[in-house]
Design a protein around this ligand. Structure first.
Ligand code: NAD
Length: 330
């Protein structure tokens, strides 16, 4: 099949070209994001392969359908950026990569927690400048702390397993339950219990209309004073302005983000030569107890290899008329 990739980076090209599942397809890589202006570039392709910040709304899907596109292949797990109703009404199928490495995101979650707690990002800079003062670098033992996980799917469970190894008490909430929750020793809890008891809260649920601004002003007021909040899932789970107020008052003591609600205007690009216009984001950067990474939690070689293989297998299954095991249905 002729596949056009949007938002391609060097690492995508490398792993997709290396995959043994790509031989039967013609792969064309574009650097531009998919949006209403760039959708026409899909002309002559059967499939578009898109990532988390590509815009796949109703208008874009209409243009894609007009160009002859029949398949939208997400090379990620989340699909909140796709208008599934529109895709279905125009007969386009949508496939995704539901699991590529929960370890990549869970381990990055721990990187954020450990860095914020032990302040290794600040220590790194200090030591390089010959400043060996320990002032302001005090952390706490993770052992014995209570961590609340919201979303106990693949990533939430791996995160729980790692935290258990650190000696943490793990509370978890999900709209579904599974046997593994009990096996891992997670205390299945209500959201309110998590909010009032957790020293650290980490979000591992998808962005849906129900989870939009899950962490808002009211919820923040229920947290333990000085709690740590970590979000590696989707930016809009958190009301950023409410979190900024909580950082100012000390209600939130540490914030670790790999995702940001307005990230599509910022992340994945080198903007170091420009003036960043997002004042909310810049305010976040001004706190020394905030650590932000630019949606890189997935970025391990293991994950990229699995993403390429599964995406190409999804495309082959569509071409061959086989069952689409990774289809996103309404
Ligand atoms: P998953 O589907 O295995 O698990 C998601 C869990 O969330 C499920 O158990 C589901 O029941 C639960 N859930 C759904 N709605 C909920 C709600 N309202 N409240 C509580 N729980 C709810 O997904 P996963 O692979 O564990 O990924 C979790 C999220 O991580 C994804 O949705 C995605 O947004 C994000 N993610 C981020 C990166 C990154 O690079 N930062 C990479 C992959 C995934």
């Amino acid at each position: 099949m002729k596949v056009v990739f949007y938002s391609s980076k060097a690492y995508d090209i490398d792993f997709f070209k290396k995959s043994p599942f790509g031989e039967q397809h013609q792969l064309n890589f574009l650097e531009v994001q998919l949006n209403t202006q760039t959708a026409v570039l899909a002309q002559g392709h059967d499939t578009v392969c898109v990532f988390v910040n590509d815009i796949v709304n109703a208008e874009v899907i209409q243009i894609l359908a007009d160009q002859g596109v029949k398949l939208i292949a997400l090379r990620c797990a989340g699909f909140n950026n796709v208008d599934l109703d529109m895709a279905q009404s125009l007969g386009l199928k949508v496939v995704r990569v539901p699991a590529y490495s929960p370890y990549s995101v869970a381990e990055h979650t721990l990187a954020l927690i450990l860095t914020l707690n032990r302040k290794t990002h600040r220590a790194f800079n200090r030591v390089r400048e010959g400043n060996f003062s320990l002032h302001g670098l005090m952390g706490f033992d993770l052992n014995g702390k209570t961590v609340g996980l919201i979303g106990l799917g693949k990533i939430g469970l791996v995160t729980a397993k790692i935290l258990t190894g650190f000696g943490c008490r793990v509370l978890g909430y999900d709209i579904n339950t599974s046997e593994e929750v009990e096996q891992l020793g997670i205390e299945f809890s209500t959201l309110d219990d998590i909010y009032s008891e957790a020293d650290i809260i980490s979000l591992h649920c998808p962005l849906t209309p129900q989870t939009y601004h899950l962490i808002n002003k009211d919820v923040i007021n229920k947290l333990k004073k000085g709690a740590m909040l970590i979000n590696t899932s989707r930016g809009a789970l958190v009301d950023t302005k409410a979190v900024i107020e909580a950082l100012k008052s000390g209600q939130i003591g540490h914030l670790g983000l790999d995702v940001y609600e307005e990230e599509e205007h910022l992340f994945f690009e080198d903007l170091s030569e420009t003036v960043i216009q997002d004042d909310v984001f810049m305010r976040l950067l001004s706190f020394n107890n905030v650590l932000i990474t630019g949606h890189q939690a997935f970025l391990t070689s293991n994950a990229l290899s699995n993403i390429a293989d599964t995406s190409l297998q999804n495309i082959s299954a569509f071409e061959e008329g086989n069952e689409l095991v990774n289809e996103v249905k309404i």
